[in-house]
Design a binder for this molecule. Structure first.
Ligand SMILES: C[S@@+](CC[C@H](N)C(=O)[O-])C[C@H]1O[C@@H](n2cnc3c(N)ncnc32)[C@H](O)[C@@H]1O
Ligand code: SF4
Length: 402
């Protein structure tokens, strides 16, 4: 079924390490269109044409998935994340068709977490009910703020009233809802940031993703930077939102993720625990483990090129399809797992990189001596101080190359 991809597949070094078992597997589906492009956003998102080419997109998605199947035969899928872009632009019929296609091709666990990302400007009760009937069981809503001025400055297509109405609709249709909120917004005061977080929490949400607004290269904001809160003020905002979330029962479990007990995103947790994922759709990334190697994939970013090339089924829709070099694995593993406030079991290192923990023990010991990693023999996790200097802790493993 999979022809040899036309892109060069790097042979990597001969493996000396073996994975005795494979990690959990997730699927990421990228939907590349939005009503319009937000000035701060560097995601692979494009202004939608007057009519979405849903059938061409779904045909390409199926062809993309089928080219991944020989790499994941027999494996169970624990979660699906339909992200974007704005997947909630797709019709109910298109989501139904997509989920039917995924179910017929994959061994999707009956209780798999299936998340759809939605923009509050595209929420409509009838369509959301139909998404739920198709099997979507979690929605991630890009609220960003409840302040009309801030939403305007962010170039959002919705206002605060629409954001609140969208949360009501989402919560009435789906058992699990995440709200994305950004802080350190143009001209934002501490009181305004407090109002946003208090309003988000007033909906009793089980999960929040709280992002510090960053100026990304090649965005409108990078070219015409707005006046943003300084570092001291944004640090105060962060302390405040951690405190308020905690008081409402949502603990920070990752740099930007806060959840009530048991309500964490299983899909994102699998990324951070160095699990596997198939990535389909334009510009989607994948990571797949085999007993003797770990492969990373990425598809071409242009929606049109991806749609045209995926259906050729010759691998030409891949921009990248290469084995991860053994030497890069310790750092890649630590970069992910240390994002988690509670880290991961130490055994994951060998299980998920195929390398002996002994290889990174000198660095781990050094970081424990500096009180940056916890002196826990069965977990790899930062101390409170290590959490504050996370970049330094992660970078220490850059030296652990072979
Ligand atoms: C793919 S978008 C979510 C869904 C939908 N596209 C939307 O914006 O409503 C993922 C989230 O990333 C966050 N985000 C995007 N660009 C960001 C930036 N430059 N800085 C911080 N957070 C950002 C936003 O909170 C956004 O909701
Ligand atoms: S709606 Fe979301 S993905 Fe689309 S441009 Fe705005 S932030 Fe980016």
């Amino acid at each position: 079924m999979l022809d040899t991809p036309r892109v060069r597949i790097s042979p990597g070094s001969q493996s000396r390490n073996l994975l005795s078992s494979l990690p959990p597997l997730s699927v990421y589906v990228h939907v590349p269109w939005c009503i319009r492009k937000c000035p701060y956003c560097d995601f692979n998102s494009h202004k939608a044409p007057a009519e979405l080419p849903e059938q061409a997109y779904l045909a390409a998605l199926q062809a993309d998935l089928e080219q991944n199947l020989p790499l994941i035969w027999g494996r169970q899928v624990i979660s699906v994340f339909i992200g974007g872009g704005t997947p909630s632009l797709l019709s109910a019929a298109a989501i139904e068709q997509m989920l039917t296609m995924l179910r017929s091709h994959l061994n999707l666990l009956p209780d798999a977490e299936i998340t759809l990302e939605a923009n509050p400007g595209t929420v409509e009760a009838q369509r959301f009910k139909a998404y739920a009937a198709s099997g979507i069981n979690r929605v991630s809503l890009g609220v960003q703020s409840f302040d009309d001025q801030a939403l305007l400055a962010l170039g959002r297509v919705h206002n605060a009233v629409q954001a609140k109405a969208a949360i009501d609709v989402a919560q009435s249709c789906f058992p699990r809802v995440n709200l994305d909120i950004m802080y350190a917004l143009p001209g934002q005061t501490l009181q305004q940031a407090e109002h946003d977080i208090r309003t988000a929490l007033s909906f009793g949400t089980e999960h929040l993703s709280l992002y510090h607004l960053t100026l990304e290269p090649n965005t409108v904001f990078a070219k015409y930077p707005p006046v943003l809160p300084d570092d001291d003020l944004s640090a105060m905002m962060q302390d405040q939102l951690i405190e308020l979330s905690q008081a409402a029962g949502l603990a920070q479990y990752e740099i930007s993720a806060y959840a009530k007990p048991g309500a964490h995103s299983r899909h994102n947790l699998n990324y951070w625990e160095f699990g596997d994922y198939v990535g389909i759709g334009p510009g989607a990334h994948g990571k797949l483990s085999f007993h003797d190697r770990i492969l990373r994939t990425a598809t071409v970013r242009s929606p049109q090129s991806w749609m045209e090339q995926a259906v050729l089924r010759d691998g030409s829709h891949y921009a990248h399809h290469a084995r991860v070099q053994e030497a890069d694995l310790p750092f890649e593993f630590m970069l992910n797992v240390l994002r988690l406030r509670d880290g991961v079991p130490a055994a994951y290192f060998q299980e998920r990189t195929g390398q002996s923990l002994a290889q990174v023990l000198p660095t781990i010991r050094e970081l424990i001596d500096k009180k940056l990693l916890a002196p826990d023999p069965v977990r790899i996790k930062t101390t409170d101080m290590g959490w504050r200097f996370l970049n330094d802790v992660q970078s220490a493993f850059l030296n652990d190359t072979e």
